[in-house]
Design a protein around this ligand. Structure first.
Ligand code: AMP
Length: 295
């Protein structure tokens, strides 16, 4: 695996494979790699000739300075895991390389970004995401870009962006990787104390409860939501939101008449966690099917 730090060396490294028609895959990450990231790399490895992983903790998408400062960083460990998982090219630019002096452009997607994560983290969060993702897509010019279902609103926003800006690439969404007890893997889980980790399980439990309720015939979104909120509160977790929305528009729904996304965000101690699950009328589906339905 080769590590490059500038756009010029990245483009030089990709010139020859691109000329010979190699399929290039990009896995954007902020590092602190776990099995969720590795599943994206694995999928890219299966589908592409050249796998590029970007490693960039993007200051523009953090709405809290302490979250940015405390974000886990260990490039040597990440590089070893990426190489082992089959990454060919690690792109690990500095903040100055991505945002040189005079940088003055923001890519902003409206509508989809003003709710859920956008409502709680502020418009700046998604502007930071869409700006850096647009830049990474222009820098790497991949044929396929890989994202996790774990951040489903982000995927929905980027899907809109790629469509609206006519970017010539395919988006592949990979299922959320979880611990055996259901907790969705996240770099931020490292901040949880054992007691907080226990409470954090209430997020995936509440989502599963919602899926079970739908499987049991419940169609009323308010009832499903009320049950989930009660379960979270019983575990000592006050969520920022627990919403049932249409997967394409992210608009709240009143009834579950077709597949609906349940999304939850909550602070557990000082750690902010998000999770989501697709609720289908036939009940909770295997993760692979979940992402197929949305992609
Ligand atoms: P991050 O490093 O947190 O920006 O995440 C990089 C990519 O990994 C994003 O596309 C995430 O959605 C994805 N990802 C993070 N956690 C998981 C997970 N538990 N399962 C699958 N994908 C994930």
């Amino acid at each position: 695996m080769n590590t490059v730090r500038t756009v010029a060396t990245l483009r030089a490294a990709l010139a020859e494979p691109r000329r010979t028609g190699a399929r290039i895959g990009l896995v954007p990450t902020m590092g602190a790699l776990h099995a969720g990231h590795l599943s994206l790399i694995e999928r890219a490895r299966q589908q592409c000739d050249v796998v590029v992983m970007s490693l960039f903790v993007n200051p523009a998408q953090f709405n809290e300075a302490s979250d940015f400062a405390g974000y886990p960083r260990d490039e040597a460990r990440d590089a070893a895991l990426a190489a082992e998982a089959g990454v060919d090219l690690l792109f690990a630019p500095s903040v100055e390389e991505v945002y040189p002096p005079g940088f003055a452009t923001t890519v902003s997607v409206s509508g989809l970004t003003d709710r859920l994560e956008g409502a709680y983290r502020g418009q700046g969060h998604f502007d930071g995401v869409t700006t850096v993702v647009t830049k990474l897509l222009n820098m790497v010019a991949p044929d396929v870009v890989y994202f996790g279902h774990k951040d489903i609103q982000q995927v929905t926003v980027i899907r809109r962006l790629v469509l609206d800006l006519d970017l010539p690439l395919r988006i592949e969404t990979c299922p959320t990787v979880r611990n055996a007890d259901g907790l969705a893997l996240s770099s931020r889980n490292a901040h949880l104390s054992p007691a907080e980790r226990d409470r954090a399980l209430s997020l995936s439990r509440a989502l599963r409860g919602a899926a079970d309720a739908v499987a049991g015939g419940e169609r009323d979104a308010a009832a499903i939501r009320g049950q989930a909120l009660a379960a979270l509160r019983a575990a000592g977790v006050e969520p920022e939101y627990f919403e049932l929305v249409a997967p394409d528009t992210l608009e709240p729904v009143d009834a579950v008449e077709r597949p609906v996304l349940a999304l939850v965000a909550a602070r557990v101690g000082r750690t902010r966690l998000i999770d989501n699950q697709l609720l289908t009328l036939a009940g909770s589906q295997a993760p692979a099917r979940q992402s197929e339905l949305i992609t």
